[in-house]
Design a protein around this ligand. Structure first.
Ligand SMILES: [Zn+2]
Length: 302
């Protein structure tokens, strides 16, 4: 159980896009009532990825009739210290959050409101128990990311999102670490394939991840080389941290991994462009060598 003050610290956006199902916030009647009012009436908008548009968008809360009724009862003071309101206690409400780009792109989130059993004095709880689209889809990011991961790495990345959605934070750490390991592996395979004198035997003799990253040079996203602590934190979390400790830094680890994937995407685009230009230069050179300069010039002038 988490005190409702956490919502103030983390912000409403984290409630919608970060907190897994069955997160429950606890407080007295007034504390819970205040948060319900804020959830219903927030004029705030949030920048976040929309899985339907497959790009960043602005999301806005749309108050629904049922949520409004709950709000009216809350405002009328019916969410009392004795927890006797039969309509609100053990009730639930749903929030709609709409994509500003296309109005029918909506997120539905369900909340349960009720008293904490056997609490004295009576405490109230707010539980996020349903969400569609799931956190996995809402945090899948752009499809560009999936373009840079091979099949196994994609499975690991998605598994990390799934486990995050259900609050299995240590498990999510394991899979994010695997994404990093597979990226390093992918870079090694590329290095072997491009026949540029990469020494596989001495690479395999290296014992630490940091040494291997260094040996791969610019075949690996620079962020992995610049921030070796990222791998260290993921490893330490897996072996030594609690679910709660891993959960507290999971949003940061996702940001770090996404930054790596973004860089990998840019790196691939640049590498492809270099390869394409090299190929065209080579073809041009061959035509010049064959004395076919005039047709070559015509082609390049276009
Ligand atoms: Zn959308």
């Amino acid at each position: 159980m988490t005190d409702i003050a956490e919502i103030d610290r983390a912000g409403l956006k984290e409630v919608f896009f970060g907190k897994p199902l069955y997160t429950n916030w606890v407080n007295d009647a007034k504390g819970i009532a205040d948060v319900i009012s804020r959830l219903r009436l927030a004029e705030t908008s949030f920048d976040h990825y929309c899985p339907h548009c497959d790009k960043e968008t602005v999301w806005r809360i749309v108050p629904t009739g049922f949520a409004r009724n709950i709000g009216n009862s809350v405002n009328a003071g019916q969410l009392g210290p004795n927890g006797q309101n039969r309509w609100i206690s053990d009730g639930s409400f749903e929030l709609f959050i709409c994509c500003e780009r296309v109005k029918y792109h909506a997120i539905r989130i369900s909340f349960f409101v009720g008293t904490v059993p056997a609490s004295a004095p009576i405490q109230w709880q707010l539980v996020k128990y349903g969400q569609f689209p799931s956190l996995i889809d809402l945090n899948a990011g752009s499809k560009e990311f999936s373009a840079v991961l091979n099949k196994n790495a994609k499975i690991e990345y998605r598994r990390a999102l799934e486990l995050t959605a259900y609050g299995y934070n240590i498990g999510a750490f394991v899979h994010y670490r695997r994404v990093l390991e597979l990226l390093i592996d992918q870079a090694k395979d590329e290095a072997v394939e491009d026949n540029s004198g990469f020494d596989l035997a001495s690479f395999q003799a290296l014992t630490t991840t940091q040494q291997r990253v260094k040996a791969l040079g610019d075949r690996i996203p620079q962020f992995i080389a610049d921030r070796p602590e990222m791998y260290r934190i993921l490893s330490e979390g897996v072996h030594e941290w609690s679910e709660a400790e891993c959960g507290a830094v999971l949003p940061l680890m996702k940001l770090a991994i996404d930054t790596v994937l973004e860089q990998e995407h840019e790196r691939k685009i640049k590498a492809n462009r270099k390869r394409e230009i090299a190929l065209q230069l080579q073809q041009l050179d061959e035509k010049i060598g064959a004395g076919d300069v005039s047709s070559t010039l015509k082609t390049t002038k276009k």
